[in-house]
Design a protein around this ligand. Structure first.
Ligand SMILES: C[S@@+](CC[C@H](N)C(=O)[O-])C[C@H]1O[C@@H](n2cnc3c(N)ncnc32)[C@H](O)[C@@H]1O
Length: 243
């Protein structure tokens, strides 16, 4: 997958190329990340990229010319183009899975009060938000998006850090995780995980996963999506908590 990031801070977005799993994806040729400085495309003699908003109001708005030329420079008309914006659809794991199947992506990072609406209306395919809060720029949201996408590209993660059993992958939060030592300051790992009994371990994982989802994110549970076994455990735990 090739990802072009259009930004005013290319050194910042480029820094993610050294992150462990991202750099592994780049080294194995599965991912290419290209940070493009929007300012390089400004036709203004002072390389200005912002101006006052029409109609008044606080702050500045990114002007359309440098954005248009930067988009043209990466051939965005033939690629899925995403503007990171607090007004976008909230990002979730399903969206990351969908995007991980794209061959090419263009990510547009705004600054100041945002970008001229005509760029969004005419040259952007989708707006994505990373949550209901305002950051100063689109770089961190773009990096969040890339981090989430790259680890889903087949071949980037090895078996040891596989994404198959993770939270959200089946509509549930993940089960509790433990590692060595068996006893830490008197707190023991659940005995079943040390038993070697794979059936019992699988049952523990299902129960822990459903318990976590019920306790922390009950809004995620869609009983139509649960397997027969998961549904049984879910009903048992529900009746337990209703007692
Ligand atoms: C200060 S924000 C602009 C906020 C805008 N004035 C508003 O009220 O919606 C500057 C830039 O940061 C990025 N940004 C800020 N918060 C974001 C979020 N939650 N998700 C995605 N991008 C965000 C966008 O690219 C935006 O253009």
């Amino acid at each position: 997958m090739k990802i072009d990031i259009l930004t005013l801070f290319p050194e910042f977005t480029d820094s993610m190329k050294t992150w462990s799993i991202i750099s592994r994806g780049i080294e194995s040729g599965l991912v290419e990340i290209n940070s493009v400085n929007i300012r390089d495309f400004s036709a203004n003699k002072h390389k200005k990229v912002d101006d006052y908003p029409y109609g008044g109001g606080p702050g500045m708005v990114m002007t359309p010319q440098p954005l248009y030329d930067a988009l043209k420079g990466v051939n965005s008309q033939n690629k899925k183009t995403i503007y990171l914006s607090p007004m976008g659809k909230p990002l979730n794991q399903e969206k990351l899975m969908e995007l991980s199947k794209e061959k090419e992506l263009v990510l547009l990072c705004g600054h100041y009060e945002g970008i001229d609406q005509r760029i969004i209306d005419n040259y952007v395919d989708e707006e994505i938000s990373i949550g209901d809060f305002i950051l100063t720029g689109g770089e961190l949201p773009a990096m969040v998006l890339i981090d989430g996408i790259v680890r889903l590209i087949p071949g980037v993660l090895n078996n040891e850090d596989s994404s198959v059993e993770e939270s959200f992958s089946n509509g549930l939060l993940e089960h509790n995780q433990y590692t060595r030592p068996e006893d830490f300051m008197g707190h023991r790992v659940p005995e079943v995980l040390l038993s070697g009994n794979h059936k019992k371990i699988d049952e523990y994982k299902i129960e822990s996963s459903i318990r976590n989802t019920l306790n922390k994110r009950p809004d995620l549970i869609d009983t139509d999506k649960l397997s027969k076994e998961e549904l049984e455990v879910y009903k048992g735990l529900r009746s337990e908590t209703n007692k």
